[in-house]
Every structure is written in structure tokens, then in C-alpha cells.
Design a protein around this ligand. Structure first.
Ligand code: HAM
Length: 420
């Protein structure tokens, strides 16, 4: 097998028996997001490395350790995008989209050289939204409402929402000083990673997954005690909105996020069914990023959900998707085989959205029926030379015990259009 080429570790093929579920999830999310008036944006998979350094932050795990960066033939450093927000901001500034409010969404693969494990991959897929030009907590609430509606559309009822606020720059600086003082006083208890973060990015110590640090972190000072009036009011208004919308949430003052661009609202939706990688969706406000990347000061908020994690949750949830095919056309005999592809064309033309597979390659009734059954189709349409000569076709239900019936060819489209 050593000569066989394989996909790169942490990068997975999504095989035909899975793509139906992926499409269902993507279609549901897209329909929900567009029902809020968001428009799709598509950006390149590759950007200059500088973009991610200046947005996500030089001393974050993503930029320090996880980017797929390479010099292109001209010598510029390029990177596969590790996330979508930075690219959206770059595109919005570059194309002058920010002279009015924008509600954007995107989907596609992202790349991070992390240690692969269940729910954590090196190529993974996100669907995200980014809103530009609206500063208030109302739009923070709107993006969270979108996520709740997506979970509902997918029948997921057990995701937990955690929210926090990171305040504004000066508030965070004051908090950071106090946090460093606290952590430095306990330096002997910190693990190696946290000692390093204490120097470079102390808020990230709060995000440590090391159970031995749990108590220490629980006793750390809280950002919520360092907020100014405006940040406090913003957060209070968001929380009141969540209450009014009946969304249960937990304020988690230790929620800091792994990317540097956030201010004020941050949030995560977490599942207990996914093990260590339980965060299905994450986001927040990043009012400083547009200016930081060369645009004029523009408030912004957004989120991204991880499709692999969502697929894993939906896969486990009760309620399987309906059959992928409406019908499988079985054709036996020279005249029937010749007619079959064209009959299938006529049916697709007459019944919008019909999912019809036309058997190709001949074979007996028995072998074609076997394939029809295996295809998961709801009906087999049966065309033999004898039926064709009489201008009829058989219809056999494949998913229940119904008898085969005969219909005139001209009645097939009406039958299939009416089958729900
Ligand atoms: P993030 O927390 O880095 O945020 O990623 C968002 C989601 O993407 C995660 O909650 C997770 O579901 C999924 N995800 C991240 N890394 C992986 C991985 N290695 N394998 C599988 N899934 C993964 C962002 O990317 C921000 N851009 C979100 C945002 C948008 N904030 C504001 N606007």
C-alpha cells in the first residue's frame, strides 16, 4: 500500500454517502442566514500572510504555530486562510463596501496545522457571518438569533450558549495588569504553556484546558469588574435581549477566544456530545479590526460555525433525512433501453426538483431492481419493451410494501409531482 497516494493527515474526503447530510446542513444554514437579509461573499483561499498576522495576532496559536504559509514564486509569503473574518474585512475595505452597513455570509474550507483529533482537522469547513457598520448590542443579538434558528432548523436542542464581554482596549489593559499580577503570584503552579502565555498573551491562560489549573483560574480576577459604563451597558443590553428572546445562556467571564481582534461581546455555542472539541460555533464583536487593516473605523460583529462538528451532531440526532432519490428508472429490452434516457429527460423537465436516476448499462430486471433498491429511491419506474409498446410504465414503491401499479407514460410526471 505504500505506493498508494493518500489524503493529507487531518484533511478528509467527504464521500458520497456523507455529502447528502452536508448539503442538508449547508442548505438549512444558508436559508436561515439569507432569511435575515445577509448576502454571500466569496474570497480566495490564499491571502498574504501579513493579513492574518495583523488581524488574528502575532502571538496567537494560529499565527505562531498553525498556518500553512509558503513563499510564492515571486517570494511573497502567502498563507492558506485559517479563518474567514480577516479575508472578509480585507475584501470589504478593498472594494469600498463599508460606506454603508453590510451583512455578509460565507462558507468554505479553512486550514490550520493543528494536532488532528476527533472534531479537530487541518482542513475544516466553516459557515460564517460578518456584519459591518452597526455598533449596537441589537446586532450582537441578531447574529445569536441566527445561530439559534440554525440549530432549530437542524433539530438540535442541546447546545449551550456561553457569553462574555472583553470590554474595550483600555479596560482590557487595566484588567490584564491585574491578571498578570495574580498569575505571577501563582507562577509556581502554572504549567509550561501558561508560563509562556503569561509573558505573551496572559488572557489566554484563562482558556487553559489543564484540569490542574481549574481552581487557580476560577480564583482569577474577572474582566466584568473592569468594565467602563459604556461596555457594561452594551453587555447588559445584550443579556436583556437574550432573556427577552428566551435564549438560555451562561455568562462565562473566562471566555476569551483564541484570536486577538475581539472587543466587547464574545460568545460560543458548546455541545457536551463532542468530547474535547465541543465548540460548534464561536464569534463576537471586533470593532477595531477594520481600522487596523487600513479601513476607516467601522464596528463589526460575526461568528463562524464548524461544519464537521455540526455534521457529527446532526448525524447522532434522531430523525434521519428523507430518501436521496425520488425514483430509479429500470429499463429492460432494446426499445425500452433506448427510450429510457429520453423519458427521464422529459420527467425532469416536467417535474422541477425531481431526483431521478436512470439505469445505464443494461442487465436483467432482477439485477436492476437490486440496484434500484440499494439506491435508496422511493419508487422504481419500470419500463420493459412490452410496457413501452402499450404506452405504459410500472411504478413500484421501494420503501414500503405497496403493490406495483401501471400508469400511462403521459401520467408519470403527474404522479411524481404529486408524490411528497
Ligand atoms: P474560531 O473559534 O477559530 O473562530 O473557529 C470557529 C469555529 O470553527 C469553531 O468553534 C469550530 O467549530 C470550528 N473550528 C475551528 N478550528 C477547527 C478545526 N481545526 N477543526 C474543526 N473545526 C474547527 C473563528 O474562526 C472566527 N473567525 C469566528 C468569527 C467570525 N468571529 C467573528 N466573526
Amino acid at each position: 500500500m505504500s505506493n498508494n497516494l493518500q489524503a493529507i493527515r487531518g484533511m478528509h474526503d467527504i464521500l458520497p454517502d456523507q455529502t447528502g447530510l452536508w448539503q442538508r446542513i449547508e442548505d438549512s444554514a444558508r436559508a436561515v442566514i439569507e432569511s435575515y437579509g445577509y448576502a454571500e461573499i466569496r474570497t480566495p483561499l490564499v491571502e498574504v500572510t501579513e493579513l492574518f498576522k495583523r488581524s488574528i495576532g502575532e502571538v496567537t496559536d494560529i499565527v505562531e504555530k498553525e498556518m500553512y504559509s509558503f513563499p510564492d514564486r515571486g517570494g511573497d509569503s502567502l498563507s492558506l486562510r485559517p479563518e474567514g473574518t480577516a479575508s472578509c474585512v480585507r475584501a470589504a475595505v478593498e472594494h469600498g463596501l463599508l460606506n454603508q452597513a453590510q451583512r455578509l455570509w460565507y462558507r468554505g474550507p479553512m486550514f490550520r496545522h493543528e494536532r488532528p483529533q476527533k472534531g479537530r482537522y487541518r482542513q475544516f469547513h466553516q459557515i460564517g457571518v460578518e456584519v459591518f457598520g452597526l455598533p449596537g448590542p441589537d446586532v450582537d443579538l441578531e447574529v445569536i438569533l441566527i445561530t439559534r434558528r440554525i440549530w432549530r432548523a437542524l433539530g438540535l436542542s442541546d447546545l449551550r450558549l456561553e457569553v462574555n464581554t472583553l470590554g474595550e482596549g483600555p479596560e482590557r489593559t487595566a484588567y490584564r495588569t491585574e491578571l498578570v499580577r495574580y498569575l505571577a503570584a501563582h507562577e509556581g503552579e502554572l504549567d509550561e504553556d501558561s508560563c509562556r502565555r503569561l509573558e505573551t498573551n496572559p488572557l489566554r491562560v484563562l482558556d487553559s484546558k489543564n484540569p490542574e489549573l481549574r481552581e487557580l483560574i476560577a480564583g482569577a480576577p474577572s474582566i466584568l469588574d473592569h468594565l467602563g459604563e459604556a461596555s457594561r451597558a452594551h453587555f447588559a443590553s445584550l443579556c436583556a435581549g437574550l432573556d427577552a428572546a428566551g435564549i438560555h445562556y451562561r455568562v462565562n467571564p473566562r471566555l476569551v477566544r483564541g484570536l486577538d481582534y475581539y472587543n466587547r461581546t464574545v460568545f460560543e455555542w458548546v455541545s457536551d456530545r463532542l468530547g474535547a472539541q465541543g465548540t460548534v460555533c464561536a464569534g463576537g464583536r471586533y470593532d477595531g479590526l477594520v481600522q487596523q487593516l487600513g479601513g476607516r473605523a467601522t464596528p463589526a460583529v460575526g461568528f463562524a460555525l464548524g461544519l464537521e462538528r455540526l455534521v457529527a451532531l446532526v448525524e447522532e440526532s434522531p430523525g434521519t433525512p428523507g430518501p436521496a432519490l425520488d425514483a430509479y428508472l429500470v429499463a429492460v429490452g432494446p426499445a425500452a433501453e433506448q427510450r429510457a434516457l429520453l423519458l427521464a429527460e422529459e420527467l425532469r423537465e416536467a417535474v422541477p426538483g425531481l431526483r431521478l436516476l436512470c439505469h445505464c448499462g443494461g442487465g436483467s430486471f432482477k439485477s436492476q431492481f437490486k440496484k434500484a433498491d440499494k439506491s435508496g429511491a422511493r419508487y422504481a419506474l419500470v419500463l420493459g419493451d412490452a410496457e413501452l409498446a402499450r404506452g405504459v410504465a410500472g411504478i413500484k414503491p421501494l420503501r414500503d410494501d405497496g403493490e406495483q401499479v401501471e400508469l400511462p407514460l403521459a401520467g408519470l410526471a403527474g404522479f411524481l409531482a404529486g408524490a411528497d
